[in-house]
Design a protein around this ligand. Structure first.
Ligand SMILES: Nc1ncnc2c1ncn2[C@@H]1O[C@H](COP(=O)(O)OP(=O)(O)O)[C@@H](O)[C@H]1O
Ligand SMILES: [Mg+2]
Length: 491
């Protein structure tokens, strides 16, 4: 059988980074191929080559045995390769139906056939089992729903090759389950599926073949029945990954750094009390809709609370008003789930993002001191272990895990006092996850010191926030990390 699509000796470099090195890859009909590897291993780069987004520096791609050079993504799509990229790219101002049918509104006699387009969109959504109103602006959807809209869009092309780059990173368990079923069903109908994911449990359920990438190379390729999850993890990590010792909990005698009392909102919160001491990291767990994100938003002053109070160690109090700026100035920072939309300025250099919130402390007479800016950036780079070619590269060039580290670095640089993290490791590989945990633990450790002396600087953290997206389906992993300590209460 001829492979439906194959790659021979694909290589691609970005600046000094070898993102893909001499990769061979072959895909047969009716099989699901898991692409595994840590962040930065080269998976998305391969996906971009196969989907016509970028061209390889060398090597070739064959479609049904014939060499093909994709001119652009549309060319790949029309050749039967539909791709859902890692970064969500729905157009917020367009409706669900318009997004699903983007770029190929069917028309009759030169007039757009609205009914027909809606029907096609509905069909694709139904295949996924998603109940979304066709007229809802995509910008009003939860991230998970936006992701499902993109998947529906890919399905609506009825592709012979479907490429999904971390499709379940923001889906709930049941949404992910459903997607896995669809993937298996498509494969049984002869579609070849490339499936990039970090979730081992999914791979076991969905994949026929596993290909492991490391540092741009394919380091292993197996049929799923030939390997164990452990072996895959080891292959992904190379020699580097070791079990980490459990972090010791901070002493709870530091005094309360954040005190939340009787917090109520019109929607979910029904009188939440929460005390966190300096240096303490408190995890918030709960089911979807239980109010985890809402608590963070209310503490950050993004949403109004109808009752209750938030108090900081220095006695600063906040009532129920929406007053993000004041709270940010007092050292409360929220790293939202949607870092792309709210946490980060993608088309700005990494360095700029890192110092965005502490411009006052690296400026003199109103001018940014470039020397200090560089020093701050270099220190952040070291602390976060982000591998970059240059600090002046755009944040957009970083993987998701590294983007998240940039957001955290910014909070560190801003002298944050209370750090609120909403799903900080969503879509992040295991290695970066550990680095992010270390960063958080490091912050908490420092906070234990701050708690012994009054706040000295006036730096502020201008965490970009302000989306109006309301409630949420989020996974279990959600935490509040704060420079402060004690016990948690349930929403
Ligand atoms: N557009 C780009 N510009 C610069 N470097 C890039 C770009 N895209 C990817 N890289 C780099 O190439 C490497 C592979 O990245 P990627 O393919 O995104 O990995 P993965 O999807 O496995 O996490 C990483 O080191 C990443 O930083
Ligand atoms: Mg990727």
């Amino acid at each position: 059988m001829t492979a439906v699509i194959s790659a021979e000796g694909l290589s691609r470099t970005y600046g000094s980074t070898q993102a893909l090195v001499d990769v061979d890859f072959e895909v047969d009909r009716g099989r699901v191929y898991a692409l595994m590897g840590r962040n930065g291993a080269g998976k998305s780069t391969l996906v971009r080559m196969l989907s016509g987004v970028e061209r390889p520096d060398s090597g070739r791609i064959l479609l049904d045995g014939d060499e093909i050079e994709f001119r652009d993504p549309d060319h790949a799509l029309r050749s039967g390769i539909a791709t859902v990229h890692q970064e969500i790219s729905v157009i917020p101002g367009l409706s669900v139906a318009e997004n699903v049918m983007l770029g190929r509104w069917e028309s009759r006699l030169g007039v757009i056939d609205r009914r027909r387009n809606r029907a096609l969109a509905a069909e694709a959504l139904e295949l996924l089992g998603v109940e979304l109103h066709l007229d809802t602006p995509a910008g009003d959807l939860r991230i998970a729903e936006q992701q499902l809209v993109e998947i529906a869009r890919a399905l609506s092309y009825r592709p012979s090759v479907l490429i999904l780059d971390e499709p379940t990173s923001s889906l709930t368990e049941s949404e992910a389950d459903r997607l896995l079923e669809v993937v298996r069903r498509l494969a049984s109908r002869g579609v070849a599926v490339l499936y990039v994911s970090h979730r081992m449990s999914e791979i076991e359920r969905v994949a026929d073949d596993v290909t492991v990438f490391r540092d741009g190379r394919v380091v292993a390729r197996h049929r799923i029945e030939e390997v164990t999850v452990r072996e895959i993890a080891a292959l992904m990590a190379g020699a580097e990954l070791q079990e980490r010792p459990r972090r010791r909990s901070a002493a709870a005698d530091r005094g309360v750094a954040l005190s939340v009392s009787g917090l109520r909102t019109r929607t979910t919160l029904r009188g939440v009390d929460l005390q966190v001491a300096a240096g303490e990291i408190v995890g918030l767990a709960g089911r979807i809709g239980s109010g985890r994100t809402e608590i963070l938003r209310a503490i950050a002053g993004l949403d109004a609370a109808s009752h209750g109070e938030v108090e900081l160690a220095d006695g600063t109090r906040f009532g129920g008003a929406r007053d993000v700026r004041r709270r940010v100035a007092a050292g409360i920072a929220l790293v939202p789930e949607d870092r792309k939309g709210q946490g980060i300025v993608l088309n700005q250099p990494i360095l700029h993002n890192m110092v965005l919130s502490c411009l006052s402390s690296i400026s003199r007479w109103g001018f940014v001191d470039r020397h200090r800016e560089r020093r701050t950036g270099a220190a952040s780079l070291e602390a976060t272990e982000i591998r970059v070619g240059s600090l002046s590269d755009d944040v957009a060039s970083l993987s998701g895990g590294n983007q998240q580290k940039v957001v955290l670095a910014r909070c560190v640089n801003s002298g944050v006092r209370v750090l609120l993290l909403d799903e900080p490791t969503r879509g992040v590989d295991i290695q970066s996850k550990h680095q992010i945990y270390d960063l958080i633990a490091g912050l908490a450790h420092e906070a234990a010191r701050w708690s012994l002396c009054p706040r000295s600087t006036t730096s502020s953290c201008r965490t970009a926030t302000g989306s109006s997206s309301s409630t949420a389906a989020r996974s279990l992993e959600r935490s509040i990390a704060t420079p402060a300590s004690t016990h948690s209460s349930r929403p």
